[in-house]
Ligand binder design. Structure first.
Ligand code: CFM
Length: 546
C-alpha cells in the first residue's frame, strides 16, 4: 500500500489517474462521474465536452454548498447597510455569521450590520402552524432597532416546505414602513444543485429591487461597476486602491464592501467589468439590455492579469489621459512585484499544484501560480457551469435540465427612458476592429496545459485518491478539505477564505500570495506527519475488563 501511494506523477498518465479515480465506484456512479472528469486536450469546442452543474450523486461527500449559502452568504452577505434577516432555524444563520471573510469598511455613515446575526429562530411550532407572523414581527423588530434603508429576507429549507409566503409579508412591511425597502429571496437550500442557483436567485432580486432606484449622477470620470468581486480578505480594498490611483471611478461593486445606494445607482456607470463570471455574468447581460452598459471580463488575481485588466478598461474609454495614467501606475507597481518574484521563484519553480475551488477561482489563481512558475496539474470547480470550463461559445449548446429550468430567468427589455448606448456604432466598430473583445470568456480549460485533469464537483474520496496518486506539492480548496489533505502530508491553502491571509488581488495582493505559497511549499512540516494508522495499519482494541 505504501509504495503505491508514493508513485510520482511521471508514472501516472492522466488516463490512468482517471481510471483509478473511478475504479471503486459502482458501474452507474462510475459512468456518471466519468462525464465530469476531462483530460484536457485544449479543443475549442462549441459543444461542451465536460458535464457540469448537475446534481451530486447521493451518498457522495461533495465540496459544494447549498442554494441559501449562495444567495445569503455569497451575494447579499457583503452588503453592509442592508439588514440580512434569515427566516429559518437558527443553525442556518449561525453558520453564515461572518464565516465568509468578506470584509467591509463602515464608511463615513458608519451604517454596518454585517457583525449582527438576524434570524427568526424558527421553532417546531412555527413549522406546524406557519412562520409568517413571526417573520413580520422580526422585520418590525429589526426596523425599530436600526431604521435601516433596506431589509432582505432569506428563506431556508423548511420555509419552502411549509409554504410561508415571504414575498407578501415583505411587501406588506415595505408598504407599512414607507422608508425601508423590504424584499425576499426564495433561496431555500434545496432549490438548486449548488450555491450557483443561489447566486442567480439573489441577483435577480438585486436587479429587480435595487438596481436603478437612484438616478442621481455621481461625480467622477471613467465610471465602471466591478461585478463579481466580494472583498474576501480585503481583495476589494486593494482593487479600489488601484482604481483610485488610475483615476477610475467605481460606482458599485457587486457586492464586496457594497451599500444599498451603490446598487441603486449602478445603472449610471459606463462599463461593467466582470470578475467572477460564474456568479454574475447574467447581471452584466441584463444591465446591457436594460441600460445599454457594455461588459468585459477582467481578472485582478495575478499582477500581470491586473495590468492587463487595467489596460482593457483604459482601452474601452480610449482617452489618452486614462491610458497614460494606467501605464504610469503599472510602471510604479510592477518593480516591487518583479523583485518579489525574482527572490521567490527559484524556490517555487516546477512545483506542482491542484486547485478545486468554487466557480471561478480555480481559473483566476492559475495566473498567480504561473507567475510563480508552478505547474497546475489538476483543477476544477465545485459548481461551475460548462461555459466556465470551456468558454462562452458553448452557451447555446448547453442542455438545460429540470434543475436549471427551476431557476427563474428574468425577461428584460430596454428601459424606455434610461437606455443609453455608451458608445456609438462607429466607436464600437473601431474597438472591434482593434480586436477588443466584449462579453468574452474562454474558461478554465483554455488556460490549462494539455493532458491535465479537469474535474467538476470533486468529492472527498476523489480528492484523497488524487493526492495519493499524484502527490502535488500544494493542494488548494476549502475548509472541508483542509485537514484531510494535510493528514496526507501535503500542504493545503484555502482559496475561499485565504485561511487568515490576504488580500491576494492586485499588485500588493500578488506579493502577499507569493510569500505565502513560498512558505507553504517549502515547509517540510506536513511531510513529517504520520497518522496513527500509517504507523500501525492494524487497529487493535481490548475490552476494558481484560
Ligand atoms: Fe465567484 Fe466568489 Fe468563486 Fe463564488 Fe464562493 Fe467565494 Fe469561491 Mo467560496 S462568488 S464563484 S460562491 S469567486 S464564496 S468569493 S471563494 S466558492 S471560487
Amino acid at each position: 500500500m505504501a509504495t503505491a501511494t508514493k508513485k510520482k506523477l511521471v508514472q501516472w498518465g492522466p488516463a490512468e489517474v482517471k481510471a483509478a479515480l473511478l475504479e471503486k465506484y459502482p458501474p452507474k456512479v462510475g459512468r456518471k462521474r466519468a462525464k465530469q472528469i476531462m483530460i484536457n486536450e485544449a479543443l475549442q469546442n462549441d459543444t461542451p465536452e465536460l458535464t457540469a452543474n448537475v446534481r451530486t450523486i447521493p451518498g457522495i461527500i461533495t465540496m459544494r454548498g447549498c442554494t441559501y449559502a449562495g444567495c445569503k452568504g455569497v451575494i447579499m452577505g457583503p452588503t453592509r447597510d442592508i439588514v440580512n434577516l434569515v427566516h429559518g432555524p437558527i443553525g442556518c444563520s449561525f453558520y453564515a455569521w461572518l464565516t465568509r471573510r468578506n470584509q467591509t469598511d463602515p464608511g463615513p455613515d458608519g451604517e454596518n450590520y454585517m457583525n449582527y446575526c438576524f434570524s427568526t429562530d424558527m421553532q417546531e411550532q412555527d413549522i406546524i402552524f406557519g412562520g409568517e407572523k413571526k417573520l413580520a414581527q422580526a422585520i418590525q423588530e429589526a426596523y425599530d432597532l436600526f431604521h435601516p434603508k433596506s431589509i432582505a429576507v432569506f428563506a431556508t429549507c423548511p420555509v419552502g416546505l411549509i409554504g410561508d409566503d415571504i414575498h407578501t409579508v415583505s411587501k406588506n412591511m415595505k408598504e407599512k414602513f414607507g422608508d425601508c425597502n423590504v424584499y425576499a429571496f426564495s433561496c431555500e437550500g434545496y432549490k438548486g444543485v449548488s450555491q450557483s442557483a443561489g447566486h442567480h436567485i439573489a441577483n435577480n432580486q438585486v436587479f429587480r429591487h435595487l438596481v436603478g432606484q437612484n438616478d442621481e449622477v455621481k461625480p467622477g470620470k471613467y465610471k465602471i461597476n466591478l461585478l463579481g468581486e466580494y472583498n474576501i480578505g480585503g481583495d476589494g480594498f486593494e482593487i479600489d486602491r488601484i482604481f483610485k490611483k488610475c483615476g477610475i471611478t467605481c460606482i458599485s461593486t457587486f457586492s464586496g464592501n457594497s451599500t444599498y445606494d451603490q446598487f441603486a445607482s449602478s445603472h449610471t456607470a459606463d462599463l461593467n467589468a466582470v470578475m467572477c463570471h460564474r456568479s454574475i455574468n447574467y447581471v452584466a447581460d441584463m444591465m446591457e439590455t436594460k441600460y445599454g452598459i457594455p461588459w468585459v471580463k477582467v481578472n485582478f488575481i495575478g499582477a500581470k492579469a491586473t495590468a492587463k485588466s487595467l489596460r482593457k478598461i483604459a482601452e474601452y474609454f480610449g482617452e489618452k489621459e486614462l491610458i497614460d495614467t494606467v501605464e504610469k501606475v503599472i510602471a510604479e507597481e510592477m518593480p516591487e512585484v518583479e523583485a518579489a518574484l525574482a527572490e521567490i521563484t527559484p524556490r517555487t519553480e516546477n512545483k506542482t499544484v491542484m486547485m478545486f475551488v468554487g466557480g471561478s477561482r480555480a481559473h483566476h489563481y492559475k495566473e498567480l501560480f504561473d507567475e510563480l512558475k508552478m505547474k497546475t496539474i489538476s483543477a476544477g470547480y465545485e459548481f461551475g457551469h460548462e461555459d466556465d470550463y470551456e468558454g462562452r461559445q458553448v452557451l447555446p449548446n448547453i442542455k438545460l435540465d429540470a434543475d436549471s429550468r427551476n431557476i427563474e430567468e428574468l425577461e428584460v427589455e430596454a428601459d424606455e427612458t434610461r437606455f443609453k448606448p455608451r458608445k456609438s456604432d462607429k466607436e464600437m466598430k473601431a474597438l472591434d476592429k482593434a480586436g477588443y473583445k466584449f462579453k468574452q470568456y474562454d474558461g478554465l480549460a483554455a488556460d490549462m496545459d494539455k493532458g491535465t485533469l479537469i474535474i467538476d464537483d470533486l468529492n472527498q474520496y476523489e480528492a484523497e485518491k488524487l493526492v495519493e496518486l499524484m502527490k502535488p506539492d500544494l493542494f488548494c480548496a476549502g475548509i472541508k478539505e483542509k485537514y484531510s489533505i494535510q493528514k496526507l502530508g501535503v500542504p493545503m491553502k484555502q482559496l475561499h477564505s485565504y485561511d487568515s491571509g490576504g488580500p491576494y488581488a492586485g499588485f500588493q495582493g500578488a506579493i502577499n500570495f507569493y510569500k505565502e505559497i513560498d512558505r507553504l511549499v517549502n515547509s517540510k512540516v506536513w511531510g513529517f506527519m504520520k497518522a496513527p494508522w500509517q504507523k500501525n495499519p492494524q487497529l487493535s482494541g481490548s475490552f476494558n475488563w481484560e
